[in-house]
Design a protein around this ligand. Structure first.
Ligand code: 13P
Ligand code: SF4
Length: 308
């Protein structure tokens, strides 16, 4: 940490107390943002934290669908995202109309949306899921026919484990994870023999099939921390490797390929966070109708995801 950063972080810590704010950061954020945050987590952990906080103001360091979800779950709180231009390329691939068309084609199917979708898309879905809770939630749903949007890779990963259910997919994907190639996985194994390969379910099916473990960002971190093995190849965003290198110095952690970086997640700077806290201006606002209709599927996820 540079001395400049130390001064900014000191100001951030002082301001967040004065302004009754909590700082939540996704695990793909730069480490300096994660150091300034009160809580870091994967998308489900952050949604739960947003719901349980007593703070009046939530500063969400992540991408826009995450801040929108925090607002929908907490309409009475003020939610701010330091970079409003931080979108999710997968969420942008699908619209509400795409979902309505799929519903018309498969009228008896339940519609499950990955949380990586806009509030407008969520407004016409029955159930929301994240990468950490999707298998459990869909398994427990009474419907045997499921429209799963937008991530075809996460969808097919789950479908393989639930052969009793029939799935319809949309052709969406995360360009960051979908770009990981099998040749890159094989090359990483050659370079780091004996390493376990841990990947996010947004990767292509052949990558998930070849991995030793598939899980959400937090699940990957926990796996490394709890494992007796020493060496790991990580098939998800670069920040996870940086975090593990910092927190588990006794382990060797390698990124599967250099390009696995989510540029939108990297937009947030400490200055952005400081200015957001200073101004508490331009909060996340969604149309009332969208807030109400998108809340159903998020509430359903919170209930189903927390059930034993
Ligand atoms: P997590 O649910 O693991 O936080 O993943 C969110 C995400 O955007 C992965 O690309
Ligand atoms: Fe969206 Fe992919 Fe970035 Fe995750 S890594 S926020 S899915 S673009």
């Amino acid at each position: 940490m540079t001395s400049d950063n130390t001064a900014i972080i000191r100001k951030i810590k002082k301001l967040k107390k004065e302004k009754n704010a909590v700082i939540l950061a996704h695990l793909y954020q730069d480490l300096e943002i994660q150091h300034a945050a009160d809580f870091c987590g994967d998308s489900f952990e952050l949604a739960k934290k947003a719901r349980s906080t007593d703070a009046e103001n939530i500063i969400f360091c992540g991408v826009s669908f995450m801040a929108e979800s925090a607002k929908i779950l907490n309409p009475e709180k003020h939610v701010f995202i330091p970079r409003k231009d931080a979108g999710c390329r997968m969420a942008d691939m699908i619209t509400k109309d795409d979902v309505l068309k799929l519903k018309e084609k498969h009228p008896s199917a339940a519609v499950v949306c990955y949380i990586n979708s806009s509030a407008d898309t969520k407004s016409v879905c029955d159930m929301c899921v994240t990468s950490s809770n999707s298998l459990k939630i869909i398994k427990n749903m009474k419907e045997n026919e499921i429209i799963f949007v937008p991530d075809k890779n996460l969808g097919s990963y789950i479908a393989k484990q639930l052969p009793e259910k029939k799935f319809h997919f949309f052709n969406g994907f995360c360009p960051v994870h979908n770009n990981i190639k099998l040749e890159e996985l094989k090359k990483a194994k050659e370079l780091h023999p004996g390493s376990l390969v841990l990947v996010h379910p947004e990767c292509r099916p052949e990558i998930s099939d070849a991995a030793d473990f598939v899980g959400s960002t937090s699940a990957i971190i926990n796996f490394v921390k709890e494992s007796n093995e020493k060496s790991f190849i990580i098939g998800t965003e670069k920040a996870i490797v940086e975090k593990l290198t910092e927190e588990c110095p006794e382990k060797d952690v390698f990124l599967i390929a250099d390009h696995v970086v989510c540029r939108n997640m990297k937009l947030t700077s400490l200055e952005d966070l400081l200015y957001t806290l200073e101004d508490l201006d331009d909060e996340v606002i969604l149309p009332d109708g969208v807030m109400i209709s998108a809340r159903t599927c998020l509430d359903n996820m919170m209930k189903a995801g927390s059930a034993k």
